[in-house]
Design a binder for this molecule. Structure first.
Ligand code: TYM
Length: 369
């Protein structure tokens, strides 16, 4: 008897399938993206994500940007550092040109509907599906005990995106598989509970900057979590730090400058950064550097990148010195985000059956009280 019952349950679970075609409904375009408040923003984040966000904001698109603090606690965080990092990240986004009048800029934990939808989606997502995701494997590699949050992280990311019925998600290359999960969960939810979510598309910028490499190990992406700070240029680095990091960047034994990411990943990464930050084409950079050896070129890139980052750094410091303004920006952003979030949350609760279906107009018991 029990056996049969559990079989029925299992069969029910199997109906959360993902094999239906994409949604037929046309949703208004909405762009969503997020960034973790962990450490300073590096030029990988800046070129791979933030510059794209600016482009959409400035062309008048509907765009929402979240400082995803709940994601950052999937690995241990010192509370004081987290709080400071939320402030600095918001100041950085403003310094880069994110305008709270044009974009909805908010802190993820200020909108509790993210965690509610994460739980609801978590109940239709399988553990096997999550175990395949590369970020989880990477981040848990050196951990003895793996926090549950780290495993569930991509479901929270899907919730972030779907909560606002987002149609487009501009990210760096490392996020593509997470967006695919969000697409699958949207389809599964729609199949099972009725049309609710658009299928979100990832937008990945040009191959040059969608995966900037570490300056110390050009086979790996530039990352906030790499222990060696010389591996990345951050927007808060001083001119001297920037020059020094470029000087120490790992290249190869050929002394001329050329662009060949397959054969010469180190020097090509420097050329890509140089090109993206200065607006010069790859050909122009290579031609201008034809009389330079790699050391001479590293000094030149260091100088030009430092000049480009200097005004952004100065603005970050300026915004960070006014935490009350930052808090006000985040409060207003959360109010706008919450309004949209609660509309979706209500729809999801109703479709999943959380509301009691009321047929009668008046309750006898309530009337008798
Ligand atoms: P995060 O905070 O690691 O990175 C923020 C953005 O920067 C991009 N990026 C890079 N792009 C090019 N080259 C690099 N070396 C590089 N390193 C990072 C990332 O691809 C990302 O676009 N899980 C996300 C945050 C998130 C999110 C979301 C994103 C939470 N919810 C919903 C989009 C939609 C993350 O950890 O990003």
């Amino acid at each position: 008897m029990l056996k049969n019952k559990s079989k029925i349950l299992l069969n029910n679970l199997r109906t959360y399938s993902n094999n239906a075609s994409t949604t037929k409904k046309i949703y208004p375009q909405r762009i969503f993206s997020g960034i973790q408040p962990t450490g300073s923003v590096h030029i990988g984040n800046y070129l791979g994500a933030i510059t794209n966000w600016l482009k959409y904001q400035n062309q008048g698109d509907d765009i929402m940007l979240s400082v995803v603090d709940l994601h950052s606690i999937t690995l241990p965080q010192n509370p004081k550092d987290l709080s400071k990092n939320i402030l600095t990240m918001t100041a950085t986004l403003l310094a880069c040109g994110i305008d709270p009048e044009k974009s909805i800029l908010f802190q993820q934990s200020h909108v509790p509907q993210h965690t509610e939808l994460c739980w609801q989606l978590g109940c239709i997502c399988t553990m096997a599906r999550l175990a395949h995701l590369p970020q989880y494997k990477e981040k848990s590699e050196n951990l003895k005990d793996i926090p549950l949050g780290l495993f569930v992280y991509p479901v929270l990311q899907a919730a972030d995106i779907l909560l606002y019925k987002s149609t487009h998600v501009p990210v760096g290359e490392d996020q593509i598989q997470q967006i695919q999960l969000a697409q699958e969960l949207a389809r599964m939810f729609n199949n099972h509970f009725g049309e609710t979510f658009p299928i979100p598309h990832s937008i990945v910028s040009s191959s040059l900057n969608s995966r900037l490499k570490s300056l110390r190990n050009p086979d790996k992406k530039m990352s906030k979590s790499e222990p060696d700070a010389k591996s990345r240029i951050t927007l808060l680095d001083t001119d001297d730090e920037i020059r020094n990091k470029f000087k120490k960047a790992v290249t190869d034994f050929t002394s001329t400058i050329s662009y060949d990411p397959e054969k010469r990943p180190g020097v090509s990464n420097l050329v890509a950064i140089h090109s993206e930050l200065t607006g010069k084409s790859i050909e122009e950079i290579v031609a201008d550097a034809k009389h330079l050896d790699t050391l001479g070129y590293k000094l030149l890139v260091g100088e030009e990148v430092a000049a480009r980052i200097r005004p952004i750094r100065e603005k970050i410091i300026d915004y960070s010195s006014d935490p009350l303004y930052i808090m006000d920006v985040l409060k207003t952003g959360a109010e706008k985000a919450s309004e949209i979030a609660e509309r979706t949350a209500k729809e999801v609760r109703r479709k999943m059956g959380f509301n009691i279906d009321v047929k009668k107009k008046k309750s006898k018991k309530v009337a008798a009280q």
